[in-house]
Design a protein around this ligand. Sequence first.
Ligand code: 6PG
Length: 471
Amino acid sequence: MSKAHFGLIGLGVMGENLVLNAERNGFSSVVYNRTFSKTEAFLHSRGSGRAITGAKDLRDFVDQLERPRRILMMVKAGQPTDAVISQISPFLEEGDLLIDGGNSLFTDTERRVAELEKKSFGYIGMGVSGGAKGALEGPSMMPGGTKTSYKAIEPLLRKMAAQVEDGPCVTYIGPGGSGHFVKTVHNGIEYGIEQILAESYDLMKRVCGMQSEEIADVMAYWNGTEELGSYLVEITEACMRVKDPLDSTHVVEKIMDKAGQKGTGLWTVISALELGASVPTIYASLNARVMSSMKTQRIQAESILKKIDIKHLDFGNTSDGMKPLMDAVVLATIASYAQGMELMRRASSEYNYKLHMPSIAQIWKGGCIIRSSLLRRIQDAYNLDPQLSNLLIDPWFAEQVIRRLPGLAKVVSGAAQVGVPVPCLSSTLDYINSYRTARLPQNLVQAMRDCFGSHTYERVDKEGVFHTEWI
Ligand code: 6PG
């Protein structure tokens, strides 16, 4: 019997869809799942009539694969991934390649790459984005590890990936845990954009008094623009329209207002703090989820701290996409990408990842959750200046900032007056205003530090390190 080209461990929905994608692209496959009944169920349903076989145990799984073996693990991040690696390692041979397609912490991947390469196995930590549909039809993939390991799976990944006008949405990201790092930042940007759209929904509903269908119409308008055309705006429109068949009310209004998280947004913010990257819009989205989960406290606080009766404000006409509100959403979205790109730039130099920013923008143009028409502009910006320190100062983005800043300020100040929280929009305004201020008030912070702790300071008028007896 001829051996299979590709092996998959973990038949969750992502695993199933990825193996169906590989098989459709001509790579015969063998699948393994911890519970064999799940493997059998898959082979008798979606996997039937295809070049896919099942394995009862890991020895059988490994035996059914051609060498060097290419094995994709789609298991839970953390300890379960380590467990699978240690269970399968005794059966692997030199040159075999393990690929972790889960949302692993990039430092775990660094460790695993080093350990596995020491044993002469290849190890790739690969971010996979696009949800279940993307996995089946074409995801965006962010593989990191050694270049030799990547080369062994490049033909497979290029066929499986989403395709955009300038190629497949996969590229070699860099060494070690760089693939998972880039996926983590992708998710941080994803958190930011989700929260920005949630804030705009809240403003349209509570401050502008709009109905769900009208809000959906604005989303449809935004999705038709170059600045906001994106998968997340598209699905926001869909989410706003769906009705409960039982009583014809909009389902979104019945959902509990508590947002969970699986870790990647938190890791983005932790990395940013460690690397000294400023990511306030992304941080605000993470904090908004934390605050949302404090439901019981918020209910109590609403009665003690007095909920404000909201006055209606005018944020423009629906027929022209609520201009000032669109300005605010565009700038906050740009800020999320800018902050994510800045974080990757810092990580690239700190960890020596040598990230190629235009390629990262390119592979995010299709398949992934943050795909959008802005990514072509981001790709252009980094092609124009590979050393660009911040997306905001690229000519195209700078023009957007200058033109749309009054709209953002109007929306944030209006929201503040009526008492509606807009954490991502307001932190974006502060981010941009801080970034475009050549002299910030941190001179006074330095004075205070020197006053109480003799921390010293630098001066603007002469070189050196100074201390003053302040009191
Ligand atoms: C993707 C997504 C996905 C991510 C979820 C969960 O790119 O397909 O980023 O990988 O795991 O969106 O994120 P939270 O549960 O933390 O929101």
